[in-house]
Design a protein around this ligand. Structure first.
Ligand code: HEC
Ligand code: HEC
Length: 346
């Protein structure tokens, strides 16, 4: 039985993706000489290019962008969304876990904010079904922005710029709906088109290198694609982390006293069930996994092989998969996303 077909049985799919997974449970292991182009078209339904950028109200995007970069959103006006979601790099920060408002370490690594509009659920635990609900939680969470609407709205209204801006767009003073709407519309603009792999799927056969094609073939044949799929190459189902074996990299100890509100109250909480993350731009979003336990992409891929597929991947296969993953890096504002520099790491 192939790993992929195994997944037809035990996948915990919440997005109606069961049929799709079974449909893509094809073992290419024996078909090494199959034309790569045939592979691309065969797998088109499993992995698809990013949808074309949504048409958005430009004024709302601009307002949302200003809010995103403005520490005014946090209670003591010290943290902005951009403090943990750096848009000059991978839409996250190179920390295992972020430090919140009260100086305490969060339970989770900050997810990239790029392409969030295409994720079916939000957060590592997939707790949120809408960006607005997730964003409100960030604003009000005592460990994050620690704000409340009674403080934030008068503050925005007292700012001449924001007052006029909200009036022009929403016809009223800043209110909860307007703040969330502007933030959400801005986040929908954070798409990263033009990844070499998307161009390959669109028919540009040489957009990815021979090594990346080999990596893509392995990604498909060993069954990574049964979980990381769709236009975000992930983001559309829940899975256990450690299906075949407990993931055993140097785990970041999560103190049992960590009572962060990010510890979600779901029935699955003790089962280590996570939303399968998107692999778009994964090249530039280290460290990896929900607690940032894997420093490098090759380490993360090796762990996935063992814990999710029950197989020890050969070093050169890991290498090829990592090269393939690099072909998922797209452009933001016309520029290829890049890894954080030393300056960004400060
Ligand atoms: C102090 C750091 C910090 C700040 C400030 C912060 N975030 Fe986050 N963000 C995180 C962490 C950590 C996660 C992962 C949390 C989880 O999965 O439960 C996250 C996750 C997200 C996600 C979910 C992404 C996905 O694909 O699941 C979105 C959307 C998001 N943040 C938007 C925002 C917005 C908008 C703001 C400003 C209002 C903001 N964040 C401010 C740390 C931060
Ligand atoms: C059974 C489902 C499943 C399979 C199969 C699977 N993954 Fe994953 N993958 C996950 C889940 C769930 C996570 C999140 C784990 C965590 O951090 O808790 C993840 C995380 C990752 C990450 C880290 C992403 C990040 O932003 O931190 C990478 C890279 C990755 N997978 C690559 C792969 C590769 C390559 C394969 C095939 C060798 C693979 N995965 C197979 C479910 C799967």
């Amino acid at each position: 039985m192939t790993s992929a077909s195994l997944w037809c049985r035990i996948g915990v799919c919440l997005s109606g993706a069961v049929a799709l997974i079974c449909a893509v449970g094809v073992d290419f292991g024996e078909g090494k000489d199959a034309s790569y182009f045939a592979l691309a078209s065969h797998q088109r339904d499993a992995l698809s290019p990013l949808p074309t950028s949504p048409r958005l109200n430009a004024a709302k995007v601009e307002l949302g962008k200003n809010l995103f970069y403005d520490p005014i959103l946090s209670k003591r006006q010290m943290l902005s969304c951009a403090s943990c979601h750096n848009l000059r790099t991978g839409g996250t920060v190179p920390l295992k876990r972020t430090i919140g408002y009260d100086g305490r370490m969060h339970q989770f690594n900050a997810s990239t904010i790029f392409n969030v509009g295409n994720n079916y659920r939000l957060g590592w635990r997939g707790k949120f079904t809408s960006l607005a609900a997730q964003n409100e939680n960030v604003l009000l969470d005592q460990n994050l922005m620690a704000n409340d609407w009674q403080t934030l709205l008068p503050r925005l209204a007292a700012d001449n710029g924001y007052r006029a801006w909200f009036k022009a767009i929403y016809g009223k003073s800043p209110d909860r709906e307007g703040v969330l709407d502007a933030l959400v519309v801005f986040q929908r603009s954070l798409v990263t088109p033009n990844a070499p792999f998307d161009r390959f799927l669109e028919g540009e056969v040489d957009a990815i290198s021979p090594k990346q094609k080999r990596g893509y073939e392995i990604f498909t044949s060993v069954g990574c694609v049964s979980c990381h799929q769709g236009s975000n190459i992930g983001g559309n189902m829940f899975q256990i982390f450690g299906v075949f074996a407990p993931p055993e990299t140097a785990s970041v100890a999560t103190p049992s006293t960590d009572v962060s509100r990010w510890a979600l109250k779901t029935a699955n909480e003790n089962q280590e069930v996570f939303r399968v993350p998107s692999l778009r731009n994964v090249e530039v979003t280290a460290p990896y996994f929900h607690d940032g336990r894997a420093a490098s992409l090759s380490e993360a891929v090796a762990v996935m092989g063992k814990s999710q597929l029950g197989r020890e991947l050969a070093a050169n296969d890991i290498d090829a998969i990592v090269e393939f993953l690099k072909s998922l890096t797209g452009d933001y504002n016309g520029e290829r996303l890049k890894a954080p520099s030393v300056e960004d790491r400060r």
